[in-house]
Design a protein around this ligand. Structure first.
Ligand SMILES: [Zn+2]
Length: 334
């Protein structure tokens, strides 16, 4: 990161205001380490944040700003673009269409700001899918909403830790469906998205290790039915012609070990558990989930709205702090 460059502006969407979003955002955006890495600006409801701060017994100034650029990074100050959508008497921990609709509007605005180049990253507090649907917005979740609002057709999920970063070719589908879906085009697009994200994050020539599908990446035809040759090798040939240093197909078991040793900046996993398993061993930070392929990087916490404890001040802000750290890290070079 260039010392002259201002810290990245990260839009923090408040999620479902009846959940623990406001309570984890308040300490996370006030955190001294957070302020050393980025300039967070909350996209949400100022009154709800004040209520969360009161519940937490946190003394802070919650200031409404008109645009992200107006956010002042000062200890004890929370900058918020106030949509003012939540009723003053919204109960904590109760599903409501108001909160579901508000969460939708926060994301809509975040997408607009990202497209306009007014924010460098997005960090999302959890929304409640039932509330979102009850408000008439039938989307599976944040990722699809952001893709919709930014006009992006395909994104990739990345998990990021200090030692290992992994981007997934497929995620939440059955293993047989995953193998069927993997084809050279999808592999190629995934490698390119990962490459672009790494370049943006300040790694100009990332070394990318691409996993095979079968054990030992097929062991020269001993395992599987030639999936590596058919589905992966053509994609690697294509991206290499564009100067992308993508190596593989690699045996997945050793690829992660080599990445943790520093041989690869990014690993491309073919399916959910191939990437998630090794990364989750590394601990809590592995819970942060990044969406790659949107106009800006997006990170999210690893927990839900936790309606059972919302409004009690018991929620832990650690995952939100880590999500903000990752958003800052992956957007510093913009
Ligand atoms: Zn999952």
């Amino acid at each position: 990161m260039n010392a002259q460059q201002p810290l990245p502006l990260i839009g923090v969407t408040m999620g479902d205001g009846a959940g623990i979003g406001p309570e984890v955002i308040v300490p996370a955006v006030l955190d001294a380490a957070t302020l050393g890495r980025c300039r967070p600006v909350v996209i949400g409801d100022a009154a709800r944040l004040r209520e969360a701060a009161r519940i937490l017994g946190t003394d802070c100034e919650i200031v409404t700003v008109e645009a992200p650029a107006a956010a002042e990074s000062v200890p004890g100050r929370i900058n918020v673009i106030d949509l003012g959508l939540l009723p003053a008497d919204l109960p904590w921990g109760v599903l409501s269409t108001e909160a579901g609709n508000a969460a939708y509007e926060y994301i809509r605005l975040a997408a607009r700001l990202a497209l306009a180049g007014e924010i460098d990253g997005i960090c999302t507090a959890p929304l409640n899918k039932e509330a979102l649907h009850a408000a008439g917005h039938v989307f599976p979740g944040h990722t699809e909403l952001l893709a919709h609002f930014t006009g992006v057709e395909e994104v990739s999920m990345m998990l990021s830790t200090e030692k290992v970063k992994v981007i997934h070719v497929t995620t939440h589908i059955g293993l047989i469906d995953a193998v069927n879906r993997i084809e050279p085009g999808l592999v190629e697009r995934t490698v390119r998205r990962g490459h672009e994200a790494m370049v943006r994050a300040g790694v100009p020539e990332p070394v990318i290790g691409v996993c095979g599908i079968n054990p030992h990446a097929g062991e020269n035809g001993l395992f599987g039915y030639g999936e590596e040759e058919e589905k992966i090798v053509p994609a690697l040939e294509t991206v290499r012609r564009d100067g992308i240093d993508a190596r593989g197909p690699l045996p997945a078991d050793t690829a992660f070990f080599l990445a943790s040793r520093g041989d690869y900046d990014l690993i491309v996993a073919m399916y959910h558990d191939q990437g998630h398993g090794p990364v989750k061993v590394l601990g809590i930070e592995a819970g942060v989930n990044l969406t790659v392929g949107l106009p800006v990087i997006r990170t999210s916490v690893d927990h839900g709205t936790a309606f059972d404890i919302a409004g009690t001040g018991k929620a832990e802000a650690g995952s939100m702090i880590e999500a903000l750290r990752q958003a800052a890290e992956m957007s510093t070079a913009r």
